[in-house]
Design a protein around this ligand. Structure first.
Ligand code: PEP
Ligand code: MG
Length: 582
């Protein structure tokens, strides 16, 4: 559908999927805050105690529901909210102010919690900004309970919820009443509500910037979470279009699932290993359902994101061991903490250029205590010999050698402590900095495997911030220099004797897959839900024709030409097999 059609509004595609459902407009009443004086502060303090207890009760219920629906990792958001209610410093200062200022508890609660929010909202970290929204949720909950109001949901089932903003707790509660889609004015891809919607498999379009005001209660909506479109009261023609897409999607899902146990080989017999990127421990089950040949990238900084301090050796060991056992006999590539860049640093450090700053291996080598704690945990978990260890952001041979020395030191310590581990554990690196690309051959001789991180490689090669919307059109995965660099890395690293994989988002782009296969990659590692589609593509092309395609792409001087060459190939060789879904 074209965006220019009048009844279509366009936002950010936050959770994939397609749904047709009536709109349910969800307003959260803004509670009026009065700064009235009170006569009996002790009664107000008692009221506060009751409101806190009630809020805790509600949140515990939401937490239990969330554990079932989302797993413990995601549910931790609500545990964190309960902890705020237990914060003695906050609660004491609210009580003291009620007694001293003799004002309504709701006013003091609002004022005190707003201080927290202000600090978090002012942060440059999108993560912290979004957490300030969670705090808004808890503030409103306490105030509502102080006023002894109840939030009554009139939702029965099968609606698309339309709102300015939705908190993670709303998302969980709505899922209980069978909400089919979300449409919001605020929010981005990384907001918790969007993450929760993705985990629950509910299509969502967010960031509509006030356009939801065009939607009325009961309007029929098409929520297209693939493209970020919301169609308001679709015409007969539009309905037909989306209904047929729904049909295709359900046939297509069933079709793809049948591939689960089939091998990932081209028509002329070249095996391309399909592995999964893992950011959430709960995803391990989806990974196995989708038929991945192991985990090609475990983003450890991501899975421990909920921890306030760095997890100790024991905590890490338990997680790595359990994941390695679940995926056995397949392999899991555990990547050392890639902290810094757009990911939160352990210390409050404001760097002018974080992506060019203290990130990945640099931070680890400067903090050997932290690095060793992770290496020891990885080694101890490697007893079944299916763990490989990968170093991020490598720019020089000396970083590889220093890291290997530290790994050897950890092995000696474990020998001394008579602890078991895989003595020949494979060590690899990410190639994601241009200097590593240029040195691919020499680096490859130092390690057992390499994995190309195109997310960063493209950003550093083209000097385009990977997260900056203003320059996103310059971030081109089919820029000729990217194609040539990939070809160079693969050739050089293979001559250096290593297995070459790719784990950036580019690997999940269906149009890029024939090119990547043709350039000679041994393996692709992508988000688990992309695996069935990629397998279908690989099984429908021959390596020979992919190689011809790659050679042709290597000759083009512009991105447009590479792009159009790949689209024509796709149309000609794959469109029919993929039931015209693209
Ligand atoms: C990459 O840079 O391509 C990559 C896979 O790592 P991350 O996205 O975690 O930086
Ligand atoms: Mg990277």
């Amino acid at each position: 559908m074209k965006h220019s059609e009048e009844n279509i509004i366009h936002g950010i595609a936050a959770a994939p999927g397609l749904v047709i459902a009536p709109a349910y407009l969800f307003y959260k009443e803004k509670e009026e805050i009065s700064s009235e004086k009170i006569l009996d502060p002790e009664e107000a303090v008692q009221n506060l105690e009751n409101a806190l207890a009630q809020s805790k009760k509600e949140l515990k219920k939401i937490f239990e529901l969330a554990v079932d629906k989302l797993g413990e990792r995601r549910a931790a958001i609500f545990e964190a909210q309960i902890m705020i209610l237990d914060d003695p410093i906050l609660i004491e200062s609210i009580k003291n102010r009620i007694r001293n200022e003799r004002k309504l508890a709701e006013f003091i609660v609002h004022d005190e919690i707003a201080k927290y929010q202000k600090i978090m909202g002012a942060s440059n970290e999108p993560y912290m900004k979004e957490r300030s929204q969670d705090i808004e949720d808890i503030k409103n909950r306490i105030i509502r309970n102080l006023k002894k109001k109840k939030w009554q949901s009139r939702i029965t089932s099968d609606v698309a919820v339309v709102s300015h903003t939705i908190s993670p707790s709303d998302t969980v509660l709505f899922s209980r009443v069978n909400v089919k889609g979300y449409v919001t004015d605020f929010g981005g891809l990384t907001s918790h509500a969007a993450i929760v919607a993705r985990s629950l498999n509910i299509p969502a379009v967010v960031g509509l910037h006030g356009q939801t005001s065009r939607i009325h209660e009961g309007d029929i909506l098409v929520v297209d979470g693939f493209h970020g479109d919301v169609v308001i009261n679709p015409t007969e023609l539009q309905l037909q279009h989306y209904k047929s897409r729904l049909e295709i999607l359900s046939r297509y899902d069933a079709d793809l699932l049948e591939l689960k146990d089939k091998p990932s080989v081209t028509k002329d017999g070249k095996e391309i290993k399909l592995m999964a990127n893992l950011d959430l421990t709960t995803e391990i089950d989806i990974i196995m359902q989708n038929g991945a040949s192991g985990v090609g990238l475990l983003r450890t900084e991501q899975i421990f994101e909920e921890y306030e301090v760095f997890p100790d050796e024991e905590q890490q060991y338990e997680v790595y061991k359990s994941l390695a056992e679940k995926i056995y006999p397949e392999n899991i590539i555990i990547r050392a903490f890639d902290i810094g860049g757009d990911k939160v640093l352990p210390v409050d450090l404001h760097e002018p250029n974080p992506f060019l700053g203290w990130r990945g291996i640099r931070l680890l080598l400067d903090n050997p205590y932290l690095f060793k704690r992770q290496i020891r945990a990885v080694l101890r978990a490697s007893v079944h010999k299916n763990i490989m260890f990968m170093l991020p952001m490598i720019a020089s041979v000396s970083e590889i050698r220093k890291s290997k020395e530290i790994i050897e030191e950890c092995k000696r310590e474990l020998d001394h402590e008579q602890m078991k581990y895989d003595k020949s554990i494979k060590i690899g690196i990410m190639i994601e900095i241009p200097s590593a690309a240029v040195m691919a051959n020499i680096f490859a001789k130092e390690v057992d495997f390499v994995s190309i991180g195109t997310n960063d490689l493209i950003q550093y090669l083209l000097a385009v911030d990977r997260g900056n919307e203003i320059v996103s059109k310059y971030y081109q995965e089919f820029h000729p220099s990217v194609v040539k660099t990939l070809g160079f890395i693969i050739r050089e690293a293979k001559m250096g004797g290593t297995f070459v994989s790719i784990c950036g988002e580019m690997a999940a782009d269906p149009y890029a897959v024939p090119l990547l296969v043709g350039l000679g990659l041994d393996s692709l590692s992508v988000s688990p839900s992309a695996i069935p589609l990629l397998k279908k593509i690989i099984r429908n092309i021959s390596f020979k024709e992919a190689e011809k395609l790659a050679n042709e792409c290597l000759t083009y001087p512009t991105e447009e030409e590479v792009n159009s060459c790949l689209h024509s190939f796709f149309k000609e060789k794959l469109q029919d097999q993929l039931q015209n879904i693209f």
